[in-house]
Ligand binder design. Structure first.
Ligand code: G3I
Length: 361
């Protein structure tokens, strides 16, 4: 667990983090990369000195085909998350028939590079295989299918997953539970069951609930907080809360993130920023990149100011392979590096924060 670093961050830009303000562009020093030991000055290495893992989601096709991508994924980060290859539609495309090939490649890649793995995700309403979404199962059948899937996947990776996103995106923005097939057929108890089954299959993995738009204090994050309080009272084995961190420069950064994350810290829960990216209206420019840097800065400072925030993961690190353009028309360039792997001001912003938190300027 991180030593209290408020002494380091107080009186610096951390105060700005807590002050309400819109995203504004302010320049970050452009840090040359000519450091004594480039490896020692990677985000991953700096993060470890600040007791936090800096990770990235990994696109397996890029990892296989793009050498600069593979090199950066191996060297810059101390944890990795499969962007897609541990999702239900990939690992169990046909009922009871598993395909672990791509997921095992990532776990092996992480082992070779001394990285921890965030498993993503055992239970979601999206990227489910057709046999599951089109099957007309009874509630008992669906519950048995879900239990078997969670058990089989958590068992397959037993001892090799640091943190699991056990359930992903179960809330609506108004704080009600998402009306997925899981809620419709199994009722709200499916969430507690998922954690119990995952824990039984891999008792050492840390088990997280993960969602987006819960960065600040709002109806959704408060509903998630209230659920976690209830689950803890029921002695459900839940260890942490994953805050995805998908931001846009078109909206204010969540300057109350530290206040929000402290709520979970006070419950004794771990937290993580699990999918950070900050999209901009295209074409990007230097002003938008500075505003983007502010968004990443706010997210990382929220983590660094939270004692049990264990991980800050970006959802991909280069604009060359981002999910954003296919999802948000007219927006993109959301990552730390551009399509030619040139670092943006956001990279320097994260590096500055980590140097500060590690007690070095
Ligand atoms: O695998 C098929 C391929 O066979 C086919 O040729 C191709 C073209 O249709 O599609 C491929 O599937 C795509 C899949 O990514 C794998 O690349 C899907 O179309 C595409 O929709 C899917 O997008 C993923 C998205 O989740 C799905 O909702 C993104 O890559 C991924 O970054 C994104 O990640 C989610 C997190 O899991 C949860 N939090 C939100 C985040 C962003 O949506």
């Amino acid at each position: 667990m991180r030593k209290p670093i408020k002494a380091v961050l107080v009186g610096t830009a951390a105060a700005a983090l807590l002050a309400p303000c819109t995203i504004n562009a302010f320049a970050h020093e452009d840090h040359g990369r000519g450091s004594r030991d480039a490896q020692a000055d990677t985000l991953g290495a700096l993060g470890l000195r600040a007791d936090v893992r800096i990770g990235t989601a990994v696109d397996m096709a890029a990892l296989a085909d793009d050498e600069p991508y593979r090199a950066k994924a191996a060297s810059e980060f101390s944890s990795v998350t499969p962007e897609n290859v541990m999702k239900w539609e990939v690992v169990e495309p046909n009922r009871g028939q598993y395909d672990w090939k791509e997921a095992d490649k990532l776990v092996d890649f992480a082992r070779v590079n001394g990285q921890l793995v965030r498993g993503h995700t055992l239970l979601w309403h999206n990227q489910l295989p057709a046999w599951l979404t089109t099957g007309d199962f009874t509630a008992d059948e669906l519950r048995a299918i879900l239990r078997k899937h969670i058990t089989d996947e958590a068992r397959h990776f037993k001892g090799r997953i640091w943190q699991w996103d056990v359930v992903n995106e179960v809330f609506n923005d108004d704080g009600t539970l998402r009306d997925s097939i899981w809620l419709q057929k199994l009722g709200p108890g499916y969430i507690a069951d998922a954690f119990r089954w995952a824990h039984a299959a891999d008792p050492k993995a840390k088990l997280f609930i993960n969602d987006y738009n819960i960065e600040g204090v709002n109806a959704k994050s408060t509903a998630l907080y209230n659920l976690v309080v209830k689950l803890r009272k029921q002695r459900v084995p839940i260890d942490g809360v994953g805050i995805q961190g998908h931001l846009s420069v078109q909206y204010n950064a969540p300057h109350d993130i530290a206040e929000n994350m402290k709520r979970f810290d006070d419950l004794g829960l771990e937290t993580a920023i699990t999918e950070a990216d900050v999209r901009v209206p295209m074409p990007s420019d230097s002003t938008k990149q500075e505003a983007q840097a502010e968004g990443y800065d706010v997210l990382l400072r929220g983590c660094l100011l939270t004692r049990k925030c264990t991980d800050f993961t970006v959802w991909g690190f280069t604009d060359k392979y981002s999910w954003v353009p296919d999802t948000f028309e007219g927006e993109g360039a959301a990552n730390l590096f551009d399509e030619d792997y040139k670092a943006k001001p956001a990279y320097s912003a994260l590096r500055d924060d980590l140097l500060l938190a590690a007690g070095r300027n």
